[in-house]
Write a protein that binds this ligand. Structure first.
Ligand code: BJW
Ligand code: ZN
Length: 253
């Protein structure tokens, strides 16, 4: 059974600008926990992300937050890209102007190769001084100080270079994502609950601009009803199959 109907095959055949927008679900099959949704794997355990991933939490419990991100950095480093990441690396070869926009901080898209990846919520791989902005590798920061945030020369504290609630997204990354979403022909959404803004708003931007929107998520999301196609399967299953079909469509056109 093909995943794409004739109408979507036509849209894929003609697409020039294509965006893949991803969330924690694409790394689930690499063994990294998602933030929300069912299962005991829920990353934040007893906590809601809105209560833990905040500048206030870091101010109140810097050591706890630092150790927790150190652990997540090590988990991400030990994880391997899965078939979903590898399929998205192929996605980049299919269209003249492709872009992967991710909310993930684990670096797995980049390790799978492919084209440009825009990180909206920063990265676990770096630490940034909360006073002067100096950025160093997380590896170096943890080697210097595994149990508490290391101090910067300026007297500030190094923190994970991720985006917490209440913080602005990196301006250049977000602007680029909005620009591409607003002029793409095809917008693939994979493994995100689409609940965290402004990132989730990119789906509306693409849909309003007339892009064909294809969603891959084993569970329904707030956007599912409006997607041109909603595949209720895991990213590791659906993306390789979808990419194979897209490759076939593009070869023929
Ligand atoms: C699978 C699968 C498989 C499972 N295959 N799928 C508008 C309305 C309401 C609120 C706001 C708004 N605008 C802003 C806000 C506030 C807030 C917000 O959005 N709150 C909501 C919770 C309501 N947003 C912010 O604060 C943002 N900043 C901001 O708006 O700044 C404004 C500002 C202006 C001027 C001055 C200053 C500020 C910042 C948001 C930062 C988010 N940060 C985090 C943590 C990053 C660091 C870390 O990793 O610790 O980013 S929170 C967390 O959520 C993380 C993720 O990137 C993000 C999104 O989660 P994601 O990726 O969607 O994962 P899940 O777990 O939610 O979903 C996984 C999905 O996968 C599920 O659907 C599963 O079904 C599926 N799945 N297995 C495929 N195998
Ligand atoms: Zn500093």
């Amino acid at each position: 059974m093909p995943l794409l109907d004739d109408r979507l095959r036509e849209r894929v055949a003609r697409a020039e600008r294509a965006v893949a927008f991803t969330g924690a679900g694409v790394s689930a099959e690499s063994g990294l926990a998602t933030f929300r949704g069912g299962g005991q794997d829920a990353l934040w355990g007893r906590f809601r992300p809105e209560e833990v991933a905040t500048p206030e939490a870091f101010r109140r419990h810097p050591e706890r937050v630092w150790r927790w991100y150190g652990e997540r950095f090590r988990q991400a480093r030990a994880a391997e890209p899965n078939p979903a990441h590898r399929a998205l690396a192929r996605f980049s070869a299919l269209f003249p102007f492709p872009l992967v926009v991710t909310q993930n901080v684990d670096g797995l898209h980049q390790r799978a190769g492919g084209g440009e990846v825009v990180e909206l919520h920063g990265t676990l791989a770096a630490a940034r001084c909360d006073a002067c902005g100096e950025t160093i590798e997380m590896e170096t920061a943890l080697a210097r100080s595994p149990d508490r945030p290391p101090a910067c020369r300026c007297g500030g504290l190094f923190r994970p270079a991720v985006v917490w609630f209440g913080e602005r997204l990196p301006e250049a990354a977000f602007e680029r994502a909005v620009e591409e979403a607003s002029r793409c022909d095809l917008f693939l959404v994979a493994g995100t609950s689409a609940t965290v803004f402004p990132a989730a708003g990119l789906i509306d931007v693409a849909a309003a601009a007339g892009a064909a929107v294809i969603e891959i998520n084993p569970e329904a999301t707030a956007f599912s009803a409006r997607a041109d196609l909603s595949l209720r399967r895991t990213a590791g299953e659906a993306l390789p199959a979808l990419l194979a079909e897209m490759e076939e469509v593009r070869r023929r056109s």
